[in-house]
Design a protein around this ligand. Structure first.
Ligand code: SUG
Length: 421
């Protein structure tokens, strides 16, 4: 039985505001602030609990070993002597944004009938470029069943940021879909992180039908306004596309190509005159989880910031009052992640699969979440001031906290590669 499972990145104990992502306005404007890792991780757990209460299937991906000693060793340094910039890049908890972990093509879309996952190389940002080995180790464990094919990253320099630049549309999760890969060039001095060559390579690896695969360019205006990933200006679920008017370089052509391939497609476009790109990006209106509930209704799971923006919330109220496919709004508090530019949708990787084929250690219910929350309450640092990241006692706390979590999940020693000598 194929269902959608949302795998949320569990927010790691090193969560901090180092301002590492040029083009991500939230992250750069909060650089230097004190973070609250414990609260951050508990906010993530509360979001997962709320999704379970809606009847959705929930999984987890685990925080990576941070600082990443293997990466520093490959750069011929170590944490004690690394420059402040390398220290921050080695310590980032950015693997929490699981939408950037991989691109996923469900089995009905692939010519070999398997669900394909390609780990993202994330090469554009140094602090994210060393995530993929830790992610790949987890994907190989979680999706070891022959129902899945897990692929290595696309080689540099073709930047690939995973599901954040990929949308799948279909009549139902288990029906053959149309896969939409969104790539960029540049915008307003900010880098485009997804390259068309990378998207094309992923589509080939996943054995997608070229007739049901679209490559769509993100608009430069959106990138310049701070949409460093497509999922900041668009989200899709089933036959529904919810997007900002200025999300794509050539929207008319994209919409025509889409409805040609999926005549049932329903496009909900938010006009710039009602919600500006600046409002959309600061409120993360589109970084919502658009989900199908067990009764068939669709719900939009939004961050608090969308409710506190009167223009955004007003537009959503009008949408709900109409007779469109999105019937419910749910609000979650993920402020600690939001301050680094990661909303509800960034925190999750969607996989359409039979849960019986997934390693059960990566699936959660309320009891499992209670167990994880207890570890977080006991071990996660309460605060991290970026000036403290050289403090060996803090680093020891961060490393011990993660080991306590892996121990609770039952995977100590299974997902960490040792630094090569
Ligand atoms: O890559 N922030 C992440 C946010 C990723 C959001 N993901 C999606 N839109 N799917 C990024 O820019 C900030 C970390 C720092 O600055 O310390 C950061 O990496």
């Amino acid at each position: 039985m194929l269902v959608e499972i949302n795998f949320d990145g569990l927010i790691g104990p090193s969560h901090n505001y180092a301002g590492l992502s040029h083009g991500n306005l939230a992250a750069t404007s909060n650089a230097g602030k004190t973070s609250r890792p414990r609260e951050a991780a508990l906010q993530g757990i509360a979001k997962m609990r709320a999704n379970l209460a809606l009847g959705l299937n929930q999984g987890i991906l685990l925080p990576h070993a941070r600082p990443d000693h293997a990466w520093l060793a490959a750069l011929s340094t170590d944490y004690a002597t690394a420059t402040p910039a390398l220290k921050a890049q080695a310590l980032s908890a950015s693997a929490m944004w699981a939408a950037n972990a991989a691109t996923v093509s469900p089995a009905p879309d692939s010519q070999d009938g398997r669900c394909h996952l390609s780990v993202a190389n994330l090469v554009t940002m140094p602090h994210r470029s060393h995530e993929w080995p830790g992610t790949l180790a987890q994907l190989r464990l979680a999706f070891a069943n022959p129902a899945f094919a897990v692929h290595d990253p696309v080689p540099a320099p073709f930047g690939d940021e995973g599901a954040a630049n990929h949308m799948r549309m279909a009549n139902g999760h288990a029906s053959p879909g149309i896969e939409v890969f969104v790539y960029g060039t540049a915008g307003g001095g900010f880098p485009a992180r997804q390259r068309r060559e990378a998207s094309e390579a992923v589509a080939r690896a996943h054995r997608l039908d070229p007739a049901r695969t679209l490559f769509v360019e993100q608009s430069e205006t959106a990138i310049a306004a701070g949409a460093f990933h497509n999922d900041v200006v668009a989200v899709a679920n089933g036959p529904v596309l919810f997007a900002h008017e200025l999300a794509f370089a050539d929207r008319e052509r994209f919409y025509a190509d889409l409805t040609d391939r999926l005549p049932e497609a329903q496009i909900i476009e938010v006009p710039a005159a009602a919600v500006s790109l600046a409002d959309a990006i600061s409120s993360y209106l589109f970084n919502a989880q658009l989900v199908t509930l067990p009764d068939g209704d669709m719900a939009l799971i939004l961050p608090e910031e969308a409710r506190s923006n009167a223009r955004v919330w007003g537009w959503l109220q009008l949408m709900i009052a109409g007779n469109g496919p999105i019937r419910q709004l749910k609000v979650v508090d993920v402020r600690e992640s939001m301050a680094n530019g990661g909303g509800p949708a960034c925190l999750r990787l969607r996989v359409v699969a039979d849960p019986a084929t997934v390693d059960p250690r990566f699936l959660v219910n309320d009891q499992r979440l209670d167990q994880l929350a207890a570890v977080i309450e006991r071990h996660w640092p309460e605060t991290i001031d970026p000036n403290e990241i050289g403090n060996p006692a803090l680093i020891a706390d961060i490393e011990n906290a993660r080991i306590a979590l892996l121990d609770a999940v039952g995977i100590v020693g299974l997902i960490d590669s040792l630094p090569s000598s």
